[in-house]
Design a protein around this ligand. Structure first.
Ligand code: DON
Length: 580
């Protein structure tokens, strides 16, 4: 009898071992034989690129399992919420621009919105002055998160796989942990004191000693939150137990969010912004993002300013684009905001005659001081975000940019739920004419109002060349996103650089105010900067500009993807035919 039961248990154990072994074998086959990860991957059937290798791997695995680009984008966004807590999020919001394989375009706005308690003076003291850091470092900095609604909205309309299968990989990452990159360990150490001050010592993000590269970050609270959402759907986040945890957290700020703010939050399908440029079609995000409009204005100005006669990054190239950007960002400050609250003059801003008039006063030899460049008028007219780019085997293309705004957003973790709240309210013009954390100023169009969405610079973009899908791209970088996307676009479309060189090329940025031109440190000749100064520009430097993610269709129809070498960005791709 004893021998029989011993044999029985032995068989069960053997069975379990074989099951686990086969499962793991399957997984490693999947990764080794047909999924490739790297800064760039070439000649693939489906590709993804994003800020972290774990999320890139998960995206490629979903594509390989037969998911489409939307499935993969959703799984990657859940994964980034775990493995990229700096900016990946469920406590923030973002935008998606997509081109379906039938050639139709969609754009989804899941930007955060101001809670009902918000009003114009909320960030001002009794003298009308800005209260230091209230819109960046406190509970009042958070807008109502949009990401979870956005993912479900996208899923309902465009997905093939069931949602739990897309959340599962993120739950596993949160529960089992993932190895921190050197950059992530450094950031967590640099911000440990603030994270402890705002959240106590009990979150997953701090520990007694310093974080080292390769340490595993396990997030039990976040795993449980994701599991609840997976089981009960989006309402769990907006009116279930997670909502209760968010509201409990908000009690520390006189109930900045109310239950209705969360329950009433909706994502919106919006009309994408598109423009034709030299045989290419560029499709981007409309208001409440400024990205699509600004990009199209700048491309039109590039033609008017004699792009064909200019060398990449030489004196005249930089001067002319800085002058164009001065005018485009001045327009942004005056005319752009949430279209549900403010009549954004989209057609006028993109009108060829208007754009031609805007560049008329550009002096080709001399900088125009920003103080003298006013936003255009119409006659009779009333530092952390994350992007993902994907193209699947069927030809669906997705560009998604989401953010918490600052690094780790407000750095406030919802107690018990394990995720950071955004500090997106700072993207509003919290005081007319006074700069936000990106130096951007604004007025009426982007003033704080209950229920309104704050203006964004996020620029998820899709490009067609000669009528066929060519590229999905985007970047983090606050106000510098627009100029990073523009330069990467010009590098590919105009200068014919391959994707890796287009990303690697040195970048510069200007935005009207502050009246400066920022250059990537050490990447532009001193003589060039001196010449620009002699023309009246004020050169300054930034350590780096943009962290691009590109997915591109190569001339033979295969796909490639590249992630920016300025950070941990990683591309991944699969070739289904290698692993039938
Ligand atoms: O929506 C925006 O424009 C900003 N909240 C984006 C912030 C950002 O890109 C920070 N990243 N470096």
């Amino acid at each position: 009898m004893m021998i029989r039961s011993f044999l029985y248990y032995l068989m069960v154990l053997l069975g379990l071992f074989l099951f686990a072994f086969c499962k793991n074998e399957g997984r490693s086959d999947l990764r080794e034989s047909s999924i490739e990860l790297g800064k760039c991957v070439w000649d693939k059937e489906g590709v993804v690129s994003c800020a972290h290798p774990e999320a890139a791997r998960i995206g490629a695995e979903i594509l390989q399992q037969g998911g489409n680009a939307f499935d993969a984008a959703i799984a990657m966004q859940w994964a980034l919420a775990v493995c990229y807590p700096e900016a990946g999020n469920i406590g923030g919001g973002g935008f998606m621009v997509a081109r379906k394989s039938d050639g139709s375009y969609l754009s989804l706005d899941f930007r955060e919105s101001a809670p009902a308690a918000a009003h114009r003076a909320v960030y001002l003291d009794s003298d009308g002055e800005r209260i230091e850091a209230k819109s960046t470092d406190t509970h009042y900095a958070a807008g109502v998160p949009g990401t979870v609604r956005g993912l479900y909205e996208c899923h309902r309309r465009l997905s093939r796989m069931d949602m739990p299968s897309l959340i599962d990989p993120a739950i596993a990452l949160a529960r089992e942990g993932f190895p921190l990159t050197a950059r992530q360990a450094r950031y967590l150490n640099e911000h440990a004191e603030t994270l402890r001050e705002r959240n106590g010592a009990g979150t997953a993000f701090t520990r007694s000693g310093e974080w080292q590269v390769g340490d595993s970050l396990r997030q039990e609270d976040l795993a449980a939150t994701l599991e609840r959402i997976s089981q009960a759907g989006e309402e769990e986040f907006y009116s279930g137990y997670t909502a209760e945890l968010i509201l409990a957290e908000m009690r520390q700020a006189e109930a900045w969010f109310q239950a209705e703010d969360l329950a009433n939050y909706r994502a919106h399908w919006r009309e994408p912004i598109s423009c034709d440029w030299r045989g290419s079609k560029v499709v981007g995000m409309g208001p409440p993002s400024s990205g699509g409009i600004a990009l199209c204005q700048l491309l039109a100005m590039a033609d008017l300013l004699g792009l064909d006669s200019l060398q990449h990054n030489d004196l005249n190239y930089i001067h002319r684009f800085v002058e164009a950007q001065r005018r485009v960002y001045a327009d942004r400050s005056e005319h752009l905001g949430d279209p549900d609250f403010y009549a954004v003059p989209v057609e006028q801003l993109l009108d060829a005659g208007y754009i031609a008039a805007r560049v008329l006063d550009i002096d080709l030899l001399q900088a125009s001081p920003s103080a003298e460049v006013l936003p255009g008028q119409f006659a009779g007219e009333s530092m952390e975000t994350t992007h993902l780019s994907l193209i699947d085997a069927e030809g669906n293309a997705v560009a998604v940019t989401t953010t918490l705004n600052g690094l780790y957003g407000s750095k406030i973790v919802v107690e018990g739920a394990g995720f950071f709240l955004n500090n997106e309210m700072d993207d509003f013009s919290t005081k007319a004419g006074s700069p936000n954390m990106f130096g951007l100023i604004g007025g009426e169009a982007n003033a704080v109002e209950a229920g309104k969405r704050m203006l964004s610079s996020m620029t998820p973009t899709i490009v067609e060349r000669d009528g066929a899908l060519f590229m999905a791209l985007g970047s983090p970088g606050g106000s510098t996103i627009i100029t990073s996307v523009l330069q990467t676009l010009l590098n590919t479309l105009h200068f014919d650089m391959p994707p890796d060189s287009a990303i690697a090329a040195a970048k510069f940025h200007s935005q009207w105010l502050p009246d400066k031109v920022f250059f990537e440190e050490g990447r532009f000749r001193g003589g060039l900067l001196d010449s620009l100064a002699a023309m009246g520009h004020t050169p300054d430097s930034l350590a780096s500009l943009g962290r691009m993610d590109l997915a591109v269709i190569q001339p033979d129809g295969t796909r490639c993807a590249c992630g920016d070498l300025r950070a941990d960005n990683t591309a991944a791709g699969h070739r289904a035919n290698e692993n039938p």
